[in-house]
Design a protein around this ligand. Structure first.
Ligand SMILES: [Mn+2]
Length: 364
């Protein structure tokens, strides 16, 4: 397991030096942020990013994400050209020597929350999705703007896309469009040595009458069967899946480990119910997920991929603009997971490697 941390590039108020100082931190999860969705990522930009990370004593373990253009998700006639661009970007990631690409296939909206600063009993705040806040709300009829929505679309464009889904694209149609995309890109990814890792829908159920398909155990089985290769894997985001309380994330993790299809781990804890869900501290008792059980499975199956603590709470006056991506609580999460990892490795008679090569810089 390689502990990793998401970094939003040079503009991120959290620096690579901040990240490097977290004990046992080895990997960076990042992306090229200045290429519009649908265009090719130039090799030079990826190489430049990689050099910046390596100069800080870290390595890029995962690209999160290369976004999938809406026209591919909607199966529009120009999708073949966009898919060719996507394949070239994957090829470039492989040429740069980066092993994993995370992506998602959520229509219109990336993650959706109703409140970015919902109080927790410990006095901190975190991201929450409260169904009652969204009851009766319609993003087409109402002048609504929720966090996580793609601001590159104008209101009218957004409305047109939503209407197109509602009238013409069922869940089965979206599955067809996903299958078309997967079967087109996977041979390229295999040849490039890049493993693909689809992220679940967040939340993992339908919102605003839009189809959502990567939602739980049955969806994962169906997805992996679309193209049965280690290259076609998943991001096991335990927090996203557990936002639907009917998902058993321990069983799902074990299933995907057995098939060797977890290409990336996101570890966030949540508490969920009929009312929606709220993100919590990473500690098992703070939320619904048995985090030790998750790490124990990773050790048992000798899993070698990159894991990153997912969203954190807002604590200690953290002023980070990107919701959930402050330094402090994610650093606490990384330390917690490294502790679980060391304990489980030692219990299994193995010695964990956190990539620490020297203990001091020596004496003067
Ligand atoms: Mn996630």
């Amino acid at each position: 397991m390689k502990m990793s941390f998401r970094w939003y590039g040079k503009k991120d108020p959290v620096s690579l030096a901040d990240i490097k100082a977290i004990p046992g931190m080895q990997g960076i999860v990042t992306a090229v942020y200045d290429v519009p969705v649908g265009q090719v990522w130039p090799l030079e930009k990826i190489v430049e990013l990689k050099k910046m990370v390596e100069d800080a004593g870290l390595e890029i373990t995962v690209i999160e994400s290369i976004p999938v253009h809406e026209d591919i998700k909607q199966g529009k006639p120009n999708r073949d050209e966009l898919i060719e661009h996507y394949k070239t970007s994957i090829k470039h990631v492989g040429l740069a020597g980066i092993p994993v690409v995370c992506y998602n296939f959520m229509p219109v909206f990336d993650w959706t929350r109703s409140d970015l600063h919902h109080p927790l009993p410990d006095g901190s705040t975190s991201l929450a999705f409260l169904k009652e806040d969204l009851a009766g709300v319609d993003p087409v009829a109402d002048d609504l703007n929720l966090p996580g929505w793609d601001s590159s679309y104008s209101k009218d464009e957004m409305k047109a896309i939503i209407e197109n889904y509602r009238q013409h694209i069922s869940e089965e149609d979206l599955w067809d469009n996903l299958a078309y995309f997967i079967r087109a890109i996977m041979p390229t990814a295999e040849a490039a040595g890049v493993k693909m890792a689809i992220h679940p829908d967040d939340p993992p159920y339908g919102i605003f009458g839009l189809p959502r398909i990567i939602t739980g155990q049955r969806a994962v089985e169906r997805f992996l069967d679309l193209y049965d290769s280690p290259t076609n894997g998943i991001t096991m985001c335990v927090g996203s899946y557990a936002s639907d309380p009917t998902n058993d994330v321990l069983a799902m993790t074990e299933y995907a480990l057995k098939r060797h299809r977890i290409n990336f781990m996101h570890t966030r804890n949540v508490t969920a119910g009929d009312w929606g869900f709220q993100e919590t501290a990473h500690l098992s008792q703070a939320g619904d997920i048995d985090m030790n059980g998750i790490v124990k499975l990773l050790v048992e199956y000798d899993w070698q991929g990159a894991l990153r603590p997912d969203h954190g709470r807002r604590i200690w006056g953290d002023q980070t603009k990107t919701p959930g991506y402050g330094l402090y609580d994610r650093a606490l999460g990384a330390t917690y997971f490294n502790g679980l990892y060391e304990a489980n490795m030692r219990a299994a008679g193995k010695v964990p490697d956190f990539g620490i090569q020297e203990k001091t810089v020596g004496q003067k």
